[in-house]
Design a protein around this ligand. Structure first.
Ligand code: EPU
Length: 428
């Protein structure tokens, strides 16, 4: 087991290249199950979620090769093998195996998904969608059993705007008989990316990226080659770090339109941000002004950037209020930031930050992926050394974090934990 160590206070300067989007990758990889010939996805990030999903495809008979961030899946010999627990529990996105296996085999048995603990994360809207398509769904001993005689197109209104439910229903509906209409669909760029792959495979989808998606089911889907979109959350994380500690950081391989809400807030704080079609330049500068943010569905401020942005706000003069309307309990990083000298209190769904505070290095624990990003951001801005444990969360979503930050001039490294530290970590 390893921990991350950061010697804070170093200025970031230079260029960082963004990897493919984690939250697209975790849907694109299961989507390959639907094809009847090999699918290649290029530009995948080197993260553990990609590895786990590739392993799961092999468990059901897929032939998988992965080289130079390019994954090729030959799905011809796949079978609808039950995947009750084990690896599926390691990530939230294993729920996409449900939609994809339903589309291909009309049946699936999948363990309830794991992933970050951010408060209640039900999948009732996924189930509602599957049932509307004619699937019988039962929950037995922690696994979901899905079976349909035939998948039939349906009109489905999502009661909650959900990225996962929108994609999962799309995955099943592309092979249903007739037309499916998803109303109140999520509009995140990752949904467009998945729809693009499915369309290249021969699916008929209209409206991805709007709140009404129409899908006309087809008999067969074929293999193709797909290039993934860049990770807007990884890009946003480096932009936030650059706003805190950057001289001039060029964030390369991004789609700036995906980051408009973040760019607007950073400019409101007094940060200089310039964009061109594939890059964002961030010039951090003192002093930063306090701002309020409220997380919303896309194109609003993303909940996945709320935690690192909170770290940045500790450096801003005045009182900032951060409200998370998507997840009720995405505040586990706050106690850790307090250990580092931040002045923050949580009231209901809001964190109230009083700044500026000079953060101090401390031993802190990442409780989830973006909490990890928040603590690394804080560590870069802090005086002295910060030690971050819980790296397995960070490794799920940030490709080559240490190399990328070292390339910008940060002093950051991984270190093996002692047995005593591992014991303390496991008991904390
Ligand atoms: N919700 C329901 N019922 C459902 C589905 C969702 O009530 O059936 C609620 C959730 O509890 C939440 C809200 O609806 O309050 C939005 O959830 P959504 O389904 O959109 O989230 P998700 O698909 O499970 C994805 C990302 C998350 C990101 C959210 C919101 C993946 C694998 N995960 O989760 O990413 O926070 O959308 O944008 O795509 C992360 O990357 O750190 C991460 C957690």
């Amino acid at each position: 087991m390893e921990k991350l160590k950061i010697q804070g206070g170093y200025t970031l300067d230079g260029t960082v290249r963004i990897s493919g989007a984690k939250n697209s990758a975790v849907a694109l990889i299961p989507a390959t199950i639907l094809a009847e010939s090999p699918v290649t996805i290029e530009g995948l990030p080197d993260i553990s979620d990609v590895q786990i999903l590739s392993d799961l495809l092999e468990e059901i008979g897929g032939k998988v090769t992965y080289e130079n961030n390019e994954l090729t899946v030959n799905p011809t010999e796949m079978v609808s093998m039950p995947l009750p627990n084990g690896k599926v529990k390691k990530l939230r996105a294993s729920y996409y195996l449900m939609g994809a296996m339903l589309g291909r085999f009309k049946k699936a048995v999948i363990g309830l998904p794991g992933g970050c603990h951010l408060g209640p994360r039900p999948i009732d809207q996924h189930i509602k969608g599957f049932e509307a398509l004619g699937v019988q769904v039962t929950n037995e001993q922690g696994a979901i059993y899905l079976r349909a005689e035939e998948l039939k197109g349906a009109r489905i209104y999502l009661d909650v705007v959900s990225v996962g439910a929108t994609i999962n229903i799309m995955l099943a509906a592309v092979r249903a008989k007739g037309r499916t209409i998803i109303e109140n669909a999520a509009k995140e760029p990752e949904i467009i990316d998945v729809a693009t792959l499915l369309t290249n495979m021969g699916a008929r989808i209209k409206g991805a990226g709007t709140d009404v998606i129409r899908i006309d089911g087809v008999e067969q889907l074929r293999g193709c080659r797909h290039s993934i979109i860049p990770d807007r959350i990884e890009a946003g994380t480096y932009m936030i770090m650059a706003a805190g500690m950057g001289k001039e950081v060029l964030v390369d391989n991004v789609i700036p339109q995906h980051l408009e809400s973040l760019i607007a807030k950073m400019r409101e704080m007094g940060v200089r941000v310039e964009t061109n079609p594939e890059q964002v330049l961030v010039a951090g500068r003192q002093p930063l002004k306090a701002v309020d943010i409220k997380t919303l569905v896309y194109p609003g401020f993303p909940t996945d950037l709320q935690q690192p942005f909170t770290s940045l706000l500790t450096k801003a003069a005045g009182t900032s209020v951060v409200t998370d309307t998507i997840y009720s309990a995405r505040f586990k990083h706050i106690d850790e930031l307090r250990r580092m000298n931040a002045v923050i209190k949580v009231e209901g769904r809001s964190a109230i930050i009083n700044g500026p505070a000079q953060l101090q290095g401390a031993k802190v624990k990442a409780s989830d992926l973006r909490a990890g990003a928040a603590l690394v951001t804080a560590g870069l801005m802090a005086r002295g050394i910060t030690e971050v444990t819980g790296l397995e969360h960070i490794d799920r979503g940030y490709s080559h974090l240490v190399d990328k930050l070292s390339g910008l001039g940060a002093v950051i490294w991984r270190e093996r934990m002692t047995e005593q530290e591992i014991e303390q970590f496991q008991n904390s």
